[in-house]
Write a protein that binds this ligand. Structure first.
Ligand SMILES: Nc1ncnc2c1ncn2[C@@H]1O[C@H](COP(=O)(O)OP(=O)(O)O)[C@@H](O)[C@H]1O
Ligand SMILES: [Mg+2]
Length: 229
């Protein structure tokens, strides 16, 4: 059955949809059959897919913004040829703090990627996810959680202490988190690609943005796909 990856963070604008769609583009380019599950009621991933008539995304996008993703998604992927499903989670505004849709997405996931802008304040903001991650960890102890540094500016000098602080904040709650080696920078191609209905891999194949996504793709294949089989 397909490996499921949830892209989650209660903070809007941290790069969930950008990561989800571009990673889907990267995994498709690597020859994998990918399904994107748009769990955000705002429908950003669906809108991205529909943005351009000429765009032919090399993966499918379905909308599923319910609190029973963990029940419905396995039914969708069970008899399909999908090898990876990536869930684009909503921001955590549906209920106080963190919503039931995200909890359900986390329950469906083998791996969780938390994109965060690389500042100590943004890292700290992810702490609102700790209770739900801890809760899901008791049900799915084998689930792996990764932090992805997104939209890094060349001036962002994020020290080792800040990274270690983030890891410690999660481990204090019994959640083992690893910081992905790939660092995604703030690049125009990421902001421009959605209007073309494409991912950066097709929109700007020789760009640094595409290079970073292909690096992320390899890392995700190694950590989430190969490791799970
Ligand atoms: N690495 C990046 N470089 C440039 N712009 C980015 C990057 N990541 C996200 N953005 C832009 O930031 C905005 C919010 O990103 P988005 O992926 O929609 O966040 P979320 O889904 O978490 O709300 C979008 O306009 C997107 O194009
Ligand atoms: Mg989004």
């Amino acid at each position: 059955m397909a490996i499921t990856i949830a892209i989650a963070n209660q903070k809007g604008g941290c790069g969930k949809t950008t990561t989800c769609m571009n990673l889907a583009g990267g995994l498709s380019a690597a020859g994998l059959r990918v399904l994107v599950v748009d769990a955000d009621p705002q429908g950003s991933a669906t809108e991205w897919r529909n943005r351009s008539e000429e765009s032919r995304l090399s993966f499918d996008v379905i909308a599923m913004s319910t609190s029973s993703i963990h029940k419905e998604l396995p039914r969708v992927i069970k008899n399909s040829s999908y090898e990876v499903a990536i869930i684009d989670c909503p921001p955590g505004t549906e209920t106080k703090g963190f919503g039931t849709v995200t909890r359900s997405a986390l329950l469906a996931a083998d791996c969780v990627i938390i994109p965060s802008r690389p500042t100590p304040i943004d890292f700290l903001a992810t702490s609102i996810m700790l209770p739900v991650l801890a809760d899901v960890a008791t049900i799915k102890p084998e689930q792996r959680v990764f932090l992805l540094l997104n939209a890094k500016h060349s001036s962002n000098r994020l020290g080792r202490t800040a990274k270690e602080g983030a890891i410690a904040m999660f481990s204090d709650q019994g959640i083992k988190i690893d910081i992905l080696q790939t660092e995604i920078h703030d690049r125009t191609a990421f902001a421009e690609a959605p209007a073309s209905g494409q991912t950066v891999v097709e929109f700007a194949p020789s760009s640094k943005a595409a290079e970073e996504i292909l690096f992320l793709t390899k890392e995700v294949i190694k950590l989430c796909l190969v490791a799970q089989q």
